[in-house]
Design a protein around this ligand. Structure first.
Ligand code: FMN
Ligand code: SF4
Length: 377
């Protein structure tokens, strides 16, 4: 029982379903978290599978994998899962089998890095983007995509969704947040085109619309498609803001989107997606206002991610109708069994939001560096 919060009926451990197809035993979602555990070519390794087995045994209602690459031109880092060829399906099938054997439900998150794909990881090439808008966080100006390149990547998302289904995933999630390719087409800051793909709000929606349509056609009507999207690009000027973001989600819901996860920010935003030092309850659930807006506008399930640490706050978010599900990344890096621990009465995650785990480049894999005591240097 959450202390100090009087509620008629606690919701966090209530089952929930997505489109009547995905039946989840509770409302805790492991939000996508890059693992750095695939091999150099993007194939599933024993270490990657073991990590997902532990998460499944840990009790989360839904697990979303870290970014899986839909096309080599969109690589964001080393050792990320790949899904841009049928060759990856067998290895990923072993991963989904292992998760299902532990009673888990798992979605594959698919991505193209777009303007935030670092030249280092794409053979020194310039990253592709809707428009040539300088990214000061990486000191790179990407090159604008041609019409045929855009359609090629739309197809790559569609093919990835079909492969996700063949590999036994229970759902697929489009990474439409954090400034990567899909997000950069939606954002007025990064999309300065004046053609079918950009120019006004409606045309900026076309890329995610075509991606969604392609995925639906390839993966089937009954395969859940989720989107993680920004509610706010968190830029001082311009970019996506909550009202437009809610309209994007509404349009997708009208097309048959099964659930939406809310996040925010891009690499160059001064306010960060992965916010450090969340030590007080008032710093938690940092996108909850947008959650309330999305909940008012949508009938599909809303997952709220960002700074969820205390069971009390999670329950409050659910009770106030700011979300239907609670997404967590860092707390489950530190404690993959946090859902089970909370079901047993634990009140607060151990993660101190030091962000050492987010320093991908420095360490061999993504893990809780703080817990390992490696972060002292
Ligand atoms: C190490 C690390 C890797 C991440 N990888 C991804 C990813 O692959 N896809 C994604 O959408 N978000 C990714 N994120 C962002 C998280 O999913 C989440 O939106 C953010 O960390 C805020 O949630 P939290 O406070 O629960 O960590 C990552 C975050 C961390 C710390
Ligand atoms: S290193 Fe550990 S304590 Fe620090 S943010 Fe990552 S998971 Fe949390």
């Amino acid at each position: 029982m959450s202390r100090g919060l009087r509620v008629e009926k606690e919701k966090l451990f209530e089952p929930v379903s997505i489109s009547g197809v995905l039946h989840l035993k509770n409302r805790i979602v492991r939000s996508a978290t890059y693992e750095k555990r695939a091999d150099e070519d993007g194939f599933a390794t024993d270490g990657l599978i073991a990590m997902y087995e532990a998460l499944a045994a840990g009790g989360a209602g839904l697990i979303i994998t870290g970014v899986a690459l839909v096309h080599p031109s969109g690589r964001l880092g080393p050792k990320m899962i790949s899904i841009h060829s049928d060759r990856y399906v067998d290895g990923l099938s072993k991963l989904t089998d292992a998760v299902h054997a532990k009673g888990g439900v798992i979605a594959l998150q698919i991505v193209h890095g777009g303007r935030q794909s670092l030249p280092l990881f794409i053979g020194g090439a310039l990253p592709m983007a809707p428009s040539a808008v300088y990214d000061r966080s990486a000191d790179v100006t990407p090159r604008p995509m041609t019409d045929s390149e855009i359609w090629r990547i739309v197809d790559a998302f569609a093919d990835a969704a079909r492969r996700a289904r063949s590999a036994g995933f229970d759902a697929v999630q489009i990474h439409g947040a954090h400034g990567y390719l899909v997000s950069s087409f939606i954002s007025s800051h990064t999309n300065r085109r004046d053609d079918y793909w950009g120019g006004d709000e409606e045309r900026r929606f076309h890329f995610i619309e075509e991606v969604f349509k392609g995925m639906r056609a390839e993966a089937g009507e009954d395969f859940p498609i989720l989107v993680k999207m920004n509610c706010d690009d968190l830029l001082p000027e311009g970019g996506l803001k909550p009202e437009e973001a809610a309209r994007v989600a509404q349009r997708l819901a009208a097309m048959g989107l099964d659930a939406v996860e809310i996040s925010g920010g891009m690499r160059e935003s001064p306010i960060k997606t992965i916010r450090p030092a969340i030590l007080k309850e008032t710093q938690e659930a940092y996108f909850r206002q947008a959650g309330a807006l999305f909940k008012k506008r949508l009938l599909i399930p809303v997952v709220l991610t960002g700074g969820m640490r205390s069971r009390r706050v999670m329950e409050d978010v659910l009770q106030r109708q700011e979300a239907d599900m609670i997404g967590m990344s860092r707390p489950l890096i530190r404690e993959p069994d946090l859902p089970n621990l909370m079901a047993g009465g634990k009140e607060k995650a151990d993660c101190i939001s030091c962000n050492k785990c987010a320093n991908f480049v420095k360490y061999e894999t993504v893990e809780c560096i703080e817990l390992l005591g490696k972060g002292k240097d």
